[in-house]
Design a protein around this ligand. Structure first.
Ligand code: PMV
Length: 364
């Protein structure tokens, strides 16, 4: 059966457009190796780490395909991971268990819709049993969905008998959650905006492996309550902001600076660009209609603490995602001091320290 290219960005309804594109389909088929679908439903388990965006993805050029308005750069983090087990066969409907609890409603539908992409590509119809286990709190701005969909992309595609090359795997993960495209890879990673309407050129690629540069990310948790506005909804709202066009126009220059800083292992240059990217992203939200602010009081206090540390001579740089947690980039030797400084900020519930982590892998 020929590969249809769904993973590289085409929705099911777009399929006719691909079938007409002979050379592209052939090119794709070379990158997708098929295995004969087995009779037995053996579960496959994969693990993926979360990633922290240093140049943020905030806005889509195609919401259905999760195509970003601009590129982004991240660091995959060790120790905050999701394991996903997938087995196809039997049952009337997909069964999705998240951390031991049967998923329902929108959460279950999101996984089922994702499995439909895998089934379509693999030419299979069986329902699936999916179990995910997470070491990351969900829905609080710690990128748990990035790790979850990266792990699910790898586990589900393998369980369905597909052996996808990394770019195709990244494109598949992107369909579950945009930032998941980056968690396929370890270390520093860039996700390309791409130009094509079908998104097949919007995939992530590694910039530098985890051992290229030993840095730390100290995470100050200021709230474990689920966020009120998902990143999906937040990006829709961002587009109403008069600052949104300026944000999108500025990302290319931020990417170039971040790439150069990573190449040179220049912590200050990378930290300053990461802080700038995050603060600009949140400024877009402040000017949106209605306004969007993910921060709590403790978020602001952590930011000031980081700036005070810097003034005192500790190179530490803050970034914030779609939630109230503050993540601080620093050198390994300073991580203890940064963690202590954040732990005593009133409202900080917990502090975690992460090193660079590896990409998604099959574990069973
Ligand atoms: O992948 P999503 O839809 O969860 O969006 C992620 C958005 C941010 O975490 C705020 C930024 C990013 O690049 O990861």
């Amino acid at each position: 059966m020929p590969a249809t290219g769904i993973f590289l960005g085409l929705s099911l309804t777009d399929r006719s457009r691909v079938v007409g594109q002979g050379p592209d389909v052939r090119e794709l088929s070379q990158r997708v190796t098929r295995r004969p679908p087995g009779m037995a439903a053996a579960p496959t388990t994969a693990r993926a780490n979360v990633n922290l965006a240093l140049v943020k993805y905030w806005g889509k050029r195609d919401p259905a395909l999760n195509l970003p308005a601009a590129g982004s750069i991240s660091l995959t983090l060790d120790g905050l991971s999701v394991e996903a087990s997938v087995a196809f066969g039997g049952g009337e409907a997909d069964r999705v268990e998240i951390d031991g609890v049967l998923a329902a409603g929108e959460e279950a539908q999101r996984v089922t819709g994702f499995l439909d992409l895998v089934r379509a590509e693999a030419g299979r119809r069986e329902r699936a049993l999916v179990e995910t286990r997470s070491t990351v709190p969900r829905g609080v701005g710690l990128a748990s969905s990035a790790a979850a969909f990266a792990a699910l992309a790898l586990a589900a595609s393998r369980a369905a008998g597909l052996a996808l090359a990394p770019p195709a795997l990244s494109a598949l993960a992107r369909r579950g959650s945009g930032s998941a495209a980056r968690s396929i890879f370890g270390g520093f990673v860039e996700w390309q905006r791409g130009e094509r309407f079908d998104g097949r050129d919007s995939v992530a690629e590694p910039l530098a492996p985890p051992d290229f540069w030993d840095v730390r990310v100290v995470v100050a948790m200021t709230s474990s309550a689920p966020k009120a506005v998902s990143s999906r909804a937040g990006m829709v709202r961002a587009a109403t902001s008069p600052l949104y066009p300026a944000w999108v126009a500025g990302v290319e220059a931020d990417l170039a600076e971040a790439r150069a800083a990573i190449r040179a292992r220049d912590l200050e240059a990378l930290g300053l660009i990461a802080e700038h990217s995050a603060l600009t992203m949140h400024a877009v939200g402040l000017a949106a209609r209605p306004p969007l602010l993910y921060w709590r009081g403790a978020t602001v206090d952590c930011l000031h603490r980081v700036w005070a540390l810097r003034a005192e001579g500790t190179p530490a740089f803050a970034t914030i995602d779609a939630g109230p947690q503050v993540k601080v980039l620093c050198a390994p030797a300073d991580a203890g001091r940064v963690a202590e400084a954040l732990r005593v900020v009133p409202g900080v519930e917990r502090v975690l320290t992460c090193a660079p982590g590896c990409g998604a892998e099959v574990v069973a």
